[in-house]
Design a protein around this ligand. Structure first.
Ligand code: ADP
Length: 629
């Protein structure tokens, strides 16, 4: 039983291949985690770093709260099962399973007990005397699993364990491994390139591509709410259908115009999670729909307005028995055009032939929309931001009939119209000059997403806890201007992190007969904790003394005062600007020629003490852009 924590894990192979970049994840005890992605995306490298078979270039790996970066594989209490089984050919099944216990000098009767128990769980008791070559692939894989089970490890790591088996056996073994996980109640981490395997086995899945984590979520959330086009296309069979086009809002209607000529109409309320800025008829977007969310028109179909009509020409019909897959095309004069191909999971009784033009219906609920350029979802479960068209007159911000007095920290010239972005967390409910009506609420985890009708558009607010307001309630709202941005008006959000250039040095301490180490920022020297020193040396060794670094600290972690009593690890700075957000004031502070921002209620010109807890800092190697601590 074990929990794992992977913090900013990087792997750079000799020769410079960046195989894994900034992998961050907390894994709870007893989870079944699957790493999935195409070949070469960094799955095995990550697994091998957890196993201790591959050195971690940077980052921190913890098992049960203990940093194990420097632990040998056998000190980690982890068992790994490989694709090629890695059995000893000259030993019997029994001896293969007993081998690691013998090296631990376990008494024979205890070994016998453990081997028999594992063999019983896996149903291989009758093969215990055979040599591996006399076993089938599935039986060999069971022996490999058995060899891992007998050691009762804290964590099971499985690297594509089923890829050498045929399809039928693979699906049987999938179920068997899931049952094994339940029975053992141990943390499993499983690597595969097969999304079906990932979807059916994982309690959470990590989708990777080119060394970067794309999304970490439960199978159902990955399927329903993919963050980007890669995840959308990778998860689910047959694959999601994608169509390039644009979208336009007029009054209460929204129209998707696909490049192939198809138009999909719906009410604005059905598409209100898409930021209005994309609905100008010009932004390039991708409309996407799963084959399960398209149906062939039938006059008996139930429809409450959730289905948009369209036409398609049939190209290929695949009768699978339980269902029929139609490969059709939205371009009626070109059944084989790649970019407008649509796969439809149809009723098994559907009768269609190549060349037939059919009426189809596309779900107005379950469609996805992506930004063509970034390939990121713009119809996310929790929208990231509200993007609206706003104006500024005499220090007042106006949009959709609302007016807010800008705080002194934001001074900008009058403007008739500019794009303003407010993250969903920037809207606060219950007070303020804004007026909205609650149109809908959604509970997501322990947060509530409010759909607020504000004049002609929907704005989103995200608050923690259960819904405090009901559908139909009138509610006042305010804006947290520290989070708002409008580049064309020169409005930027308050910086939440501060980056300071620096270095790491040592000095001989004659009394202690040891070295003291320092984090240098300008002329200031901060004293790092022992654990920071350990991590730094584990990662960089003596090279650290010649490496340009960035010390990164969150604004919220910095304490500023005219005089701090406890003067350890304090920088001296001078206030160059006060940012007054009415309810809270911040200062821009010059420290040794670099600037940082922190909460401070004083005046420009003040000389101040700035305390940054070194434990809360992130330390980055500037030359290779990798986080060390
Ligand atoms: P996956 O398991 O997803 O197929 P890997 O983790 O095996 O991917 O590999 C990730 C990347 O690292 C690939 O580009 C691969 O070529 C590279 N790589 C893997 N092992 C080594 C190695 N020992 N030396 C150099 N590059 C490697």
């Amino acid at each position: 039983m074990a929990s794992l924590s992977l913090k900013h894990i990087f792997k750079v192979y000799d020769g410079g291949v960046k195989a894994v970049n900034d992998f961050c994840m907390d894994i709870e005890d007893k989870e079944f985690i699957v790493f999935v992605g195409p070949s070469g995306c960094g799955k095995s490298t990550t697994l091998r770093m957890i196993a201790g078979l591959e050195e971690i270039t940077a980052g921190e790996l913890r098992i049960d709260d203990e940093i194990v970066n420097d632990f040998e594989p056998n000190e980690r209490n982890i068992a790994m099962v490989f694709q090629n089984y890695a059995l000893y050919p000259h030993m019997s099944v029994y001896e293969n399973m007993a081998f690691s216990l013998r090296t631990m000098h376990m008494p024979n009767d205890k070994i016998h007990e453990k081997v028999m128990e594992a063999a019983g769980i896996l149903g291989i008791t009758e093969y215990l005397d055979r040599k591996p070559k006399a076993l089938s692939g599935g039986q060999r894989q069971r022996v490999a699993l058995g060899r891992a089970i007998v050691r009762q490890p804290k964590v099971f790591l499985l690297d594509e364990p089923l890829s050498n088996l045929d399809a039928k056996l693979r699906s049987a073994m999938r179920a068997e491994i899931s049952r094994l996980h339940e029975r053992l109640g141990t943390t499993f981490i499983y690597v595969t390139h097969d999304q079906v395997e990932a979807m059916t086995m994982g309690s959470r899945i990590v989708v990777m591509k080119d060394g970067f984590v794309q999304q970490i979520d439960t199978p159902i959330n990955l399927y329903k709410y993919p963050d980007n086009m890669f995840v959308a296309g990778f998860i689910g069979t047959p694959q999601m259908n994608f169509f390039d086009g644009t979208v336009k809002k007029t009054a209460d209607e929204v129209k998707f115009s696909l490049d192939c000529g198809t138009e999909i109409n719906m009410k604005y309320i059905q598409a209100d999670k898409i930021p209005v800025k994309y609905m100008d008829g010009e932004h390039r977007i991708v409309f996407a729909i799963r084959p399960d969310d398209v149906r062939v028109y039938d006059s008996t179909n139930y429809d409450d307005g959730s289905w948009a009509p369209a036409k398609a020409v049939v190209s290929v019909v695949e009768v699978l028995g339980g269902e029929t897959l139609l490969y059709a095309n939205l371009k009626l004069d070109d059944p084989d055009c790649e970019s407008s191909m649509i796969i439809i999971k149809a009723n098994p009784d559907t009768v269609a032939r190549r060349g037939d033009v059919i009426d189809i219906e596309i779900s107005r609920r379950k469609f996805h929309v992506f930004d063509r350029a970034t390939e990121r979802s713009i119809r996310r479960r929790i929208p990231e931001e509200n993007i609206i068209n706003a104006s500024v007159t005499d220090g007042k911000l106006g949009f959709e009939g609302q007016s807010f007095t800008l705080p002194p920290a934001i001074c900008c010239a009058d403007s008739a119209g500019a794009e303003l972005s407010m993250p969903v967390g920037a809207l606060t409910l219950g007070s303020g000059t804004g007026k909205a009506r609650v149109q809908w609420t959604e509970t997501i985890g322990n947060e509530t997403l409010y759909f607020l009708k504000v004049n002609d558009v929907t704005l989103f607010a995200l608050e923690s806890g259960d819904a405090k307001y009901k559908i139909g309630d009138d509610v006042d709202f305010d804006i947290d201007f520290t989070k708002v941005s409008a580049p064309s008006l020169g409005i930027a959000p308050l910086k939440l992190t501060n980056t300071l250039d620096g270095s790491f040095s040592k000095q001989k301490n004659k009394e202690k007969r040891a070295y003291d180490f320092f984090m240098n920022i300008g002329d200031a020297r901060l004293t790092p904790s022992e654990s920071i020193c350990e991590k730094i040396f584990a990662c960089k060794g003596n090279k650290i003394f010649h490496t340009p670094l960035e010390y990164i600290a969150d604004t919220k972690d910095i304490t500023v005062s005219r005089h701090l009593e406890d003067a350890a690890n304090v920088l001296t700075g001078r206030v160059t600007e006060i940012l007054d957000y009415t309810t809270k004031r911040y200062a821009v502070i010059d420290v040794y020629g670099q600037s940082l921002i922190a909460a401070y209620d004083g005046s420009v010109g003040d000389t101040v003490d700035v305390a940054i807890p070194t434990e809360a800092m992130t330390i980055k190697d500037k030359t290779i852009d990798i986080i060390i601590v």
